[in-house]
Write a protein that binds this ligand. Structure first.
Ligand SMILES: NC(=O)c1ccc[n+]([C@@H]2O[C@H](COP(=O)([O-])OP(=O)(O)OC[C@H]3O[C@@H](n4cnc5c(N)ncnc54)[C@H](O)[C@@H]3O)[C@@H](O)[C@H]2O)c1
Ligand SMILES: [Fe+2]
Length: 372
């Protein structure tokens, strides 16, 4: 059965924060990114909350959220017993808020009324997904908590909040969106609905991300990229992802490669690998033509090559390292951990979505291709 269930109410635009005006007399736990306290962005958001609400702020958020930080937030949740949780920031902050909610509700035996997500990166789509990716730093593993209950009730896409992000964050998170689009397009549970969301996100990112990187203060550009990010999130939340994410999660856990960058390095090779399958190749080709990345006269195989080249060109234009050694990781460190990466990738929650089941050797080869 094909299905598309979108429980999140999504509001997009520079006036979207006014949606917060509707809440009165609530106990609000704001879980926000560490860069936010003291900024105009946070002031602008909190100014929309009516004075009758009791607001508590938790901002001890780290990238690739470690369980230890999450547990500190759970303690705050237990003492405040919020009716509303507001997650504001990059994917790491929103995932921290989701995980705090997850454990907090279990421990207090009390469900919140509403979870609101306000992303400040255009990347993870966490504002509409059922996933919180967390890190168990003691055991060096990164894993997703996947529960439909964690899908935010409200997502506010305020494009100017993204503008303070460093250029590298715009590049990496934007390439994460491209990966979500291209993986969900061919994932096992893809259908017409998710194809529509993924194809549009892919076209927008392929054609406009570099411009947003170069002209970060352009509100209209930021808004279209923010909406594409959300669309790709909706697509993969239903369709699933694949081996690019399964491997990227391990590179994040082991070597702290930023999530979007790890995906971007692997993406052209994963696309090439999955394009062995004729049906997958045809789906990529269709999306490539719709995104105007190649003429309809080219064969599906040549269109896929155009896409791979285009990803490399985008990375170059945005000054992204293309290999792990370029990023600063020793070749020997990657080789020493190759078996571990392959083993953990196979256990990752995103692995099963891939259209082709790879052998261990094929997974290892994908990582080897990005070593140097
Ligand atoms: N929940 C999901 O569905 C899902 C999907 C994909 C990835 N993820 C996870 O999300 C995380 C990555 O999220 P991300 O790519 O958004 O990066 P991030 O949240 O880790 O943020 C990267 C850095 O940018 C800073 N930052 C964020 N927004 C900023 C802004 N507007 N101005 C200035 N600084 C800003 C953050 O403080 C951080 O230092 C990873 O842990 C990844 O595994 C989750
Ligand atoms: Fe991702």
């Amino acid at each position: 059965m094909n299905q598309l269930i979108i429980p999140t109410k999504i509001y997009s635009g520079t006036d979207s924060l006014t949606v917060l005006n509707q809440f009165h007399n609530e106990t609000v736990l704001v879980v926000c990114d560490a860069f936010l306290p003291g900024t105009d962005s946070l002031k602008m958001i909190l100014a929309q909350l009516n004075g009758s609400n009791a607001v508590t702020l938790f901002s001890d958020v780290k990238p690739d959220p470690p369980l230890v930080n999450i547990m500190a937030g759970v303690k705050v949740f237990e003492s405040v017993k919020p009716s509303i949780v507001l997650g504001i920031g990059g994917g790491s902050a929103i995932d921290t808020a989701k995980a705090i909610r997850f454990f907090g509700e279990k421990l207090t035996h009390q469900e919140i009324l509403s979870f609101i997500a306000i992303p400040t990166t255009s990347g993870t789509g966490s504002e509409v997904t059922n996933t919180a990716v967390v890190s168990d730093t003691e055991n060096g593993v990164k894993f997703p908590i996947i529960k439909n209950h964690l899908i935010p009730d409200i997502a506010l896409l305020e494009p100017t909040l993204v503008m303070s992000a460093p250029k590298s964050v715009t590049a990496f998170s934007g390439l994460d969106v491209l990966t979500h689009a291209l993986e969900s397009l061919v994932a096992k549970d893809a259908d017409l609905f998710t194809d529509a969301l993924a194809e549009k996100a892919m076209a927008v990112i392929s054609n406009q991300l570099v411009a947003a990187y170069e002209h970060g203060q352009d509100v209209a550009l930021r808004q279209v990229i923010h909406e594409a990010s959300c669309s790709a999130g909706l697509a993969f939340n239903s369709a699933g992802l694949g081996i690019c994410h399964a491997l990227a999660h391990q590179l994040g856990a082991k070597f702290h490669v930023p999530h979007g960058l790890a995906n971007a390095m692997l993406l052209p090779y994963v696309v090439g690998f999955n394009a062995q399958d004729q049906t997958v190749r045809a789906k990529y080709a269709q999306a490539i033509k719709k995104a105007n990345l190649g003429p309809a006269t080219l064969s599906d195989s040549l269109l896929v090559k155009r896409l791979q080249k285009h990803i490399f060109q985008m990375m170059k234009a945005m000054h992204c390292p293309k290999t792990l050694t370029e990023f600063g990781i020793e070749e020997s460190a990657v080789r020493d951990n190759l078996a571990w990466i392959v083993e953990h990738a196979k256990q990752d929650g995103t692995f099963a979505g891939n259209p082709i089941v790879p052998t261990d050797q094929e997974l290892a080869q994908l990582v080897e291709q990005i070593i140097k």
